[in-house]
Design a protein around this ligand. Structure first.
Ligand code: NAP
Length: 267
């Protein structure tokens, strides 16, 4: 039941899939909601349902996050509305073509949504939350940056950006009262596949997670204060090993001398 102490969660891409499921779960946790997407009708339907099943306040805000003016309006809201305590940067689109064959207009829209809007909103939220000494930023990435050879370049790179941004952002503000999390879902049953012209039924059933299970796991990771949550990963030590291998490169990533193997030719 709602206790109204949580503040307001701003959820982008709340009209379907992962965003709509977070809206349900966060309402049940007592967050008031600010639901953002382009499809106002779907947002209103979800809002009415959540208002009747919980006692939280739900506001609907129609915005196209590929539109700079719409993003700017949300930035202002995040900077100035002290009731907002959580930003869920979830809105995103997938792609289904190789870089060589890509429609660059669609590539630009993907980058605007998955990268530019997400960055602007994270920046505005970070400023507001640091000033207030409280807040959380959850960025929905994907597991695809772990398997870049197996997914198209632009979507994969956009999600690698989200992961990297989140890791650096946490280093910048994690000690200032702001919780930061990147969620890396695997294949999850939502509309995104069909929207991008991909067939989820081509995946083995054991690789596809239901959206409720995905979001509940991500929220469990949030409660455990994880910086990175991979809902399906059985052993968190596997992720820690990857991070430790990366950190082990550290002392050798910037040195005065080139490595010996690069000094053998053309000398
Ligand atoms: P989805 O059901 O298609 O939801 C995408 C949401 O983004 C919708 O609410 C959509 O609403 C919104 N959106 C799309 N374009 C927008 C725009 N220009 N401006 C504002 N909102 C926009 O897909 P989903 O799977 O829940 O995706 C949510 C996030 O999870 C995405 O970032 C996606 O990359 C990530 N993810 C998904 C999977 C998966 O397998 N499903 C796996 C890894 C990561 P409107 O159409 O109403 O605007």
């Amino acid at each position: 039941m709602s206790n109204h102490t949580q503040g307001t969660a701003l959820i982008t891409g709340a009209s379907s899939g992962i965003g709509a499921t977070y809206a349900d779960r966060l309402a049940k946790r007592g967050y008031d909601l600010l639901l953002v997407a382009r499809d106002q009708g779907r947002l209103e339907t979800l809002a009415a349902q959540l208002r009747s099943s919980t006692s939280v306040k739900v506001e609907v805000l129609k915005a196209d996050l590929t539109n700079a003016a719409d993003v700017s309006g949300l930035e202002q809201r995040l900077r100035t509305d002290a009731s907002i305590t959580l930003l869920l940067n979830n809105a995103g689109v997938a792609a289904n073509s190789t870089l060589a064959q890509a429609d660059l207009g669609e590539v630009d829209l993907l980058i605007q949504l998955n990268i530019v809007a997400l960055t602007h909103l994270a920046s505005a939220a970070a400023a507001g939350f640091v000033a207030r000494g409280r807040g959380a930023i959850v960025n929905i990435a994907s597991v695809v940056p772990m398997i870049p050879e197996r997914f198209n370049a632009v979507y994969t790179a956009s999600k690698a950006y989200v992961l990297s941004l989140t890791q650096s952002l946490n280093a910048e503000i994690g000690e200032q009262g702001v919780q930061v999390q990147a969620v890396m879902p695997g294949a999850t049953r939502t509309e995104i596949w069909e929207r991008a012209g991909m067939d989820l039924t081509a995946f083995p059933a054991e690789m596809v997670m239901e959206v409720g299970e995905m979001v509940d796991a991500a929220l469990a990771g949030f409660d455990q204060k994880e910086l990175v949550t991979i809902p399906s990963l059985p052993d968190a030590a596997d992720w820690d090993a990857l991070v430790n291998a990366r950190l082990a490169l550290g002392p050798n990533l910037s040195l005065q001398q080139a490595a010996a193997r690069y000094k053998t030719s053309g000398a």
